[in-house]
Design a protein around this ligand. Sequence first.
Ligand code: NAD
Length: 243
Amino acid sequence: SRSLENKRVLVTAAGQGIGRASALAFARAGAKVVATDINAEALATLEGQAGISVRRLDVLNGEAVNAVVSETGPFDVLFNCAGIVHSGTVLEMPDADLDFAFDLNVRAMVRTIRTVLPGMLERKDGAIINMASVASSVKGVPNRAAYTITKAAVVGLTKSIAADYVGHGIRCNAICPGTVESPSLQDRLRAQGDYEAARSAFVARQPIGRIGTPEEIADLAVYLATASYTTGQAYAIDGGWTI
Ligand code: NAD
């Protein structure tokens, strides 16, 4: 059943984009959602929504992760959505970009999982959903070295968690979107100079003929929260990009 009645869900990067749409979708499905983000202003747009409480949280800060989880947990579902896109090839990539991408795209997930998983194991029930991308072990995408390297690591992390805890009531899956409408996508399009040309090129990547919506990705996150017979998988949701 798709109902998340009485389930407690922690979402990172819930201030905007896919994380925000997912916090709303989890709440609509009946969950009690703790929506977190580093950006308090963005989070404030969720304040007062039924089923959602907001907490500022920088997932780069392990102590802050521990504090939020001990104050607001335990959780039945963890949606690790925080991530950053760097541009550039491997030769153009500063070490600092790769270090930061590993910290935010990978290690932050390790931090939240280490903090939330013990409570899930006590109840022998838990669903972890990690935000990857088709730009990962699924597909090479030009000009996205640090991003593709680290999102591939998210798929590895997902499979590692799934393998270790499959006999303990824990499922862990990854979501691999193609191009999805979001504030940071708008920033990337504007950064190209010719916005319309950049947008057309991003639309053209999807054989389905358009960019996805955050709500379409949120639907998959809600599904994976209750999909009782799947674990360790990387779910592409990409308008046919990887056909
Ligand atoms: P976005 O990039 O517009 O927003 C990212 C959010 O993350 C912001 O609210 C920001 O404040 C928050 N954030 C940044 N650093 C943080 C930190 N240290 N701690 C907590 N929160 C932090 O949103 P989006 O484009 O929907 O991306 C969300 C996720 O989806 C990312 O992991 C991204 O890589 C992934 N993704 C996005 C697309 C896309 O096309 N939009 C495609 C594939 C995967």
